[in-house]
Ligand binder design. Structure first.
Ligand code: ZN
Length: 219
């Protein structure tokens, strides 16, 4: 009741179009969902990411200036955790169909640096992971990986430079007691460098590794 009253005074906005959401909507409005469905499912060339990746759960094509970019921006910079959660649910439903075969033990969100975490207050990939965990009922591990330093001039460097810079960005922070089947989660996969670096850091920790992201783009 009180929550309803609050949302009447301050209606939640859709992460895609910015319109006020109605009570039955969470994070993303019905219209933007319809828009999103047009870009459903993407499968990357394994060489773009990492040869060890067994399964990919990538829900949408990443298209610049489209609704998907707006949503990801709202999730990353404006704290739209509801949108991250419902998109995580979408991924979770895909994973659930394969879970019997894959037997995923842990969900591992790609970490952000401590500095960024302090500044932003949350890790967007972890918010997506929460949505997945809600569906597949598996724990999230946020201590396994750590991001060393913040990249600053990312956008100005070439693709090759970005790959090179990213190589040593992620490190193993705390070992697992035994190898596990892992689901590595990012918000969006563009060059594949982040995922590659994380998998290198996770070497010897997994029996199987799978990846998930809200969106991805082909190179
Ligand atoms: Zn919308």
């Amino acid at each position: 009741m009180f929550k309803d009253l609050i949302s009447l005074i301050y209606p939640q906005q859709c992460a895609g179009c910015g319109q006020a959401l109605v009570q039955t909507e969470k994070g993303i409005c019905v219209g933007c969902w319809m828009e999103l469905k047009k870009f459903k499912h993407i499968h990357l060339n394994p060489l773009q990411i990492h040869a060890k990746v067994k399964h990919q759960f990538l829900t949408y094509f990443f298209i610049k200036n489209d609704v998907i970019q707006h949503i990801l921006h709202q999730i990353k910079y404006h704290g739209n955790k509801d949108a991250a959660f419902v998109l995580g649910n979408e991924i979770g439903l895909l994973v659930l169909k394969q879970q019997e075969i894959l037997d995923i033990d842990l969900i591992v969100p790609v970490p952000i640096s401590k500095k960024k975490l302090k500044l932003r207050g949350y890790n967007q990939s972890e918010e997506v992971a929460k949505g997945i965990a809600h569906i597949i009922k598996k724990p999230i591990n946020t201590t396994l990986l750590i991001r060393a330093k913040s990249m600053t001039t990312q956008t100005k460097s070439s693709r090759f430079e970005r790959w090179e810079n990213m190589k040593n960005e992620y490190h193993l922070n705390k070992k697992l007691s035994k190898k596990a089947s892992l689901l590595l989660v990012d918000d969006v996969i563009t060059t594949g460098a982040t995922i590659h670096s994380c998998i290198e850091a996770l070497e010897n920790q997994f029996s199987q590794i799978h990846i998930a992201a809200v969106a991805a783009s082909k190179q």
